[in-house]
Every structure is written in structure tokens, then in C-alpha cells.
Design a protein around this ligand. Structure first.
Ligand SMILES: Nc1nc2c(c(=O)[nH]1)N[C@H]1C(S)=C(S)[C@@H](COP(=O)(O)OP(=O)(O)OC[C@H]3O[C@@H](n4cnc5c(N)ncnc54)[C@H](O)[C@@H]3O)O[C@H]1N2
Ligand code: MOO
Length: 402
């Protein structure tokens, strides 16, 4: 077994070619990763524009006290031919272009209309309520950077630029296959008490979706060499990454590791890492496809997916990935379970008065089967192989899973 640091070096040195790009209709691009810089092709606004309902005037004319209303200028109308000359005002509404000659918008609340004129009740500073050219953005500015995840603001900014279909990164396909003769699929009837529900493949499907991949849900297969080989060959046909759970440790029915080596002829990057959970993890390549075999326990497969599959998934999208870590103060201490392994323990993690705090209240101890420890505001206390127990008040490193 190699140590955790070496496994990370080996993982990072794998060559990962980013998947392709595609154009997607803007409303459907939410959550996708942008594959181009979005550059403003115009100024916004392109012309000085009124920010209030009122009268377009020459600011210095307010000293005259009374200005003649010569025209009306609603939003969306062409201002060609409209011109404010000294002593006059053009009624102008929010969003309308400022007519030529005017430099100030006096709001309707600041004037009294008397016949065909306005009386200035409360003057405004020159330039008041006029949105200057390029207030929002200027031609040539990069407004949304390549690599950004498209959220509501990105959608809004692109819509304002008439970007109908931005170029986005294709979603890498991640095939997920659970193995185990004891596992039952969702909804499947049980015919003996030794069976358990398969949760791994659904946990991992959720993680794939959350991190920009397209899951290819393959369900589960029994611990049979031929069935595993068949399913993995199928998976390799369509997916960029094939993730399996179970069948990687030392039992007589743990065939996954053998199938990867012997039946599929993959190049194994590493098998076995000094970590808890997940020591039996295997990472391999076949051509430009990745095979990551995770241990069967629910907690182990989840943690190792986060540590070993997410970096590949991100790099396939052309994105950087580093394990998201915060420094927290531990409130109740932690007894390290291993002497020579890097340990990841599910803890509660929260922010209070600008400081991260963590504790183990409500967390169960036992085997790596315990998935309920991942519920709620969870983090992973990260202890290096050479670290020991942590006492209440210690500063610790925690992987943030928000
Ligand atoms: N003699 C040894 N026994 C074990 C060792 C070892 O080093 N020597 N390692 C233990 C560790 S650590 C782990 S982790 C597991 C990993 O074993 P496998 O990857 O071969 O996984 P399985 O044996 O197939 O399953 C382990 C466990 O997880 C349950 N499981 C399996 N699939 C699912 C699923 N889809 N959803 C939920 N739970 C699942 C399965 O029922 C088993 O209880 O090996 C230890 N043994
Ligand atoms: O690899 Mo196991 O996950 O330590 O229980």
C-alpha cells in the first residue's frame, strides 16, 4: 500500500484530456461550465439613459425656475429629432434615452406642472438620474470568464448580451456500477434476510450530478466474474469514468480488482492506500478512460469518491480541483483509530462568529458501513498518518462538503 500523499501525486500525474464543448440554449445552461469568455459586444447603456420618470433638462437652466415642456419621450421611443434647448424640458420616462442637449433628469416629484411648463420646486445636481454610457458594462469587457459555473447572475448577464446559446463544457459521463450478491436495487423485493439495499450507486449518482457529470446508472451486479466483466465492458463503451463499488478487498468473492487487471487489461495507477476509510481503492486507466474501484462500504465509497473521483471529474471538465479544506476548532476531541493511516472522519462542521467549529455530537462510531454520519452539515476531519489524537480546543483540518 502507498501512503495518501503518494496516491494523490499519482492521481494528479494521470493525463486527463478535457471532454468536448457544446452550445446549449441559455435557459438550459444553468449549472453548466462555460467554455468561452463572454465579452460585451456593446456598451450598456449604449446612450445616456434616464434612471427616473421626470423631465430631461439642461441642469444649469434650473436657476430659471420655469421651463417650457416641448415634447414627451417614453421608454423605447426613438429620440431622433428631440432636442432640449435652453429654457425647455422634455418629459422623459425611466429607461428612455436622454434627448440631445439634456444633461439632467429632474424627477416629477421635484416639479409642479403649470400649463405647458414646469416650475422647479426642488432643484437637483447637474447630471442627476442620467445613467452614463457603459454604466453597466463597456464594449470589450470580459463579463463572464471561461470556466465559470453558470448561475442566475451569469444567465442574466448573458441574456442582456443576447447570448442565446453559450458554449459550455460537455458533461463527462460517469458510469456507476455497484457489485455485491447481497445488494438489492431500489424497490426490488427481498427474498432472504442477508440482503441489503444498494445505496452506494445512488449516493454516487447524486455526487456526479452535483459536480457537473452525467451519471450513467448501471445498477448492481452479483459477485460473479463474468457478470462484472460484462457490465464493466458495457460501461467503458459509453463512459469517461467507470466507478464501481465493492469487490476490491481480499475475500474469495472480491472479483472487481481481478476483472480490472486480468479481464479488461487496464493500466493500474495504484491499488491500496494507507487511508481510513477506503484502503482498498484501485485507480486504473484504459486508453483515455478511467476506472476507479471503490470499496463496498457506504461511507468508504462516498469518501473515496470525493477524494479520488472528483479530481478526475473536474479535470475532464477542464476545471481545477483541490480538496476544499478549512481550519476549524474541534469542540470535543477525537481519538484516532489508526496509527499509520491518513484518516477522514465525518464530523459536524459549522461557522460561528467567523470561526469554523467542528464536533462529533450525534455521530456513530463503528464500521465504514455507517452512512447516516454524512447527513446534515458535515465535514471530514482530516488527520495525517503521523498525527495522533485531537483534544478539545485543537485547531484541525476539515474537508468542507458544502
Ligand atoms: N480480511 C479482510 N477483510 C476486509 C478487509 C481486509 O483488509 N481484510 N478490508 C475491509 C475494509 S477496510 C473494507 S472497506 C471492505 C471492502 O471490501 P470490498 O470493497 O470488497 O466490499 P464488499 O466486501 O463487497 O462490501 C463491503 C461492505 O459493503 C456493503 N456494500 C456493498 N455494496 C453495497 C452497496 N451498493 N450499497 C450499500 N452497501 C454495500 C457490503 O454488504 C459489505 O457489508 O472490506 C473489509 N474486509
Ligand atoms: O477501507 Mo475500509 O473503508 O477502511 O472500512
Amino acid at each position: 500500500m502507498i501512503d495518501f500523499e503518494e496516491s494523490m501525486e499519482k492521481l494528479n500525474s494521470l493525463i486527463v484530456e478535457a471532454v468536448g464543448v457544446e452550445k446549449v440554449y441559455l435557459p438550459n445552461a444553468q449549472g453548466r461550465v462555460l467554455a468561452e469568455n463572454i465579452v460585451a459586444q456593446e456598451n450598456s447603456p449604449e446612450y445616456p439613459t434616464s434612471a427616473m420618470d421626470g423631465y430631461a433638462i439642461i441642469g444649469s437652466d434650473q436657476s430659471l425656475g420655469r421651463l417650457e415642456i416641448i415634447e414627451e419621450n417614453p421608454a423605447g421611443s426613438d429620440t431622433e429629432g428631440l432636442r432640449v434647448v435652453p429654457g425647455t424640458a422634455i418629459k422623459t420616462f425611466t429607461g428612455a434615452l436622454m434627448p440631445e442637449g439634456a444633461d439632467t433628469l429632474i424627477p416629477i416629484e421635484n416639479v409642479t406642472v403649470e400649463g405647458g411648463a414646469i416650475r422647479i420646486d426642488e432643484p437637483v445636481p447637474e447630471g442627476f438620474s442620467v445613467r452614463p454610457v457603459g454604466e453597466n458594462f463597456k464594449r470589450g469587457e470580459v463579463l463572464v470568464k471561461k470556466g465559470s459555473t453558470i448561475g442566475f447572475a451569469e444567465v442574466g448577464v448573458m441574456a442582456s448580451l443576447n447570448v442565446v446559446a453559450p458554449l459550455v463544457v460537455q458533461k463527462p459521463k460517469v458510469a456507476i456500477l455497484a457489485t455485491g450478491s447481497e445488494v438489492l436495487e431500489l424497490g426490488e423485493c427481498s427474498d432472504n434476510p442477508a440482503q441489503i439495499r444498494s445505496s452506494n450507486n445512488y449516493t454516487l449518482e447524486a455526487l456526479v450530478k452535483q459536480h457537473g457529470g452525467e451519471p450513467v446508472q448501471m445498477g448492481s451486479v452479483h459477485d460473479e466474474r463474468a457478470a462484472i466483466t460484462f457490465a464493466m465492458k458495457e460501461a467503458l463503451r459509453s463512459a469517461d469514468i467507470v466507478v464501481t463499488t465493492g469487490g476490491v478487498s481480499v475475500g474469495d468473492y472480491d472479483f472487481v480488482k481481478d476483472v480490472i487487471r486480468d479481464e479488461l487489461g487496464c493500466d493500474v495507477a495504484f491499488k491500496g492506500v494507507l487511508i481510513k476509510p477506503g484502503q482498498h481503492i484501485m485507480v486504473a486507466k484504459r486508453g483515455n478512460k478511467f476506472i476507479v474501484a471503490l470499496p463496498g462500504f457506504a461511507y468508504s465509497s462516498t469518501v473515496t469518491f470525493i477524494l479520488y473521483v472528483l479530481p478526475i471529474l473536474y479535470r475532464l471538465q477542464g476545471r481545477e480541483y483541490t480538496i476544499p479544506v478549512v481550519t476549524a476548532r474541534i469542540l470535543d476531541g477525537y481519538r484516532k483509530k489508526t496509527k499509520n493511516k491518513t484518516e477522514f472522519a465525518a464530523c459536524n462542521l459549522w461557522l460561528e462568529d467567523g470561526e469554523y467549529l467542528c464536533d462529533f455530537e450525534g455521530k456513530r462510531s463503528g464500521s465504514s458501513a455507517i452512512m447516516t454520519n454524512m447527513l446534515g452539515d458535515v465535514g471530514l476531519l482530516w488527520l495525517n498518518a503521523d498525527e495522533g489524537d485531537k483534544e478539545a480546543g485543537d485547531r484541525v483540518r476539515v474537508v468542507s462538503l458544502k
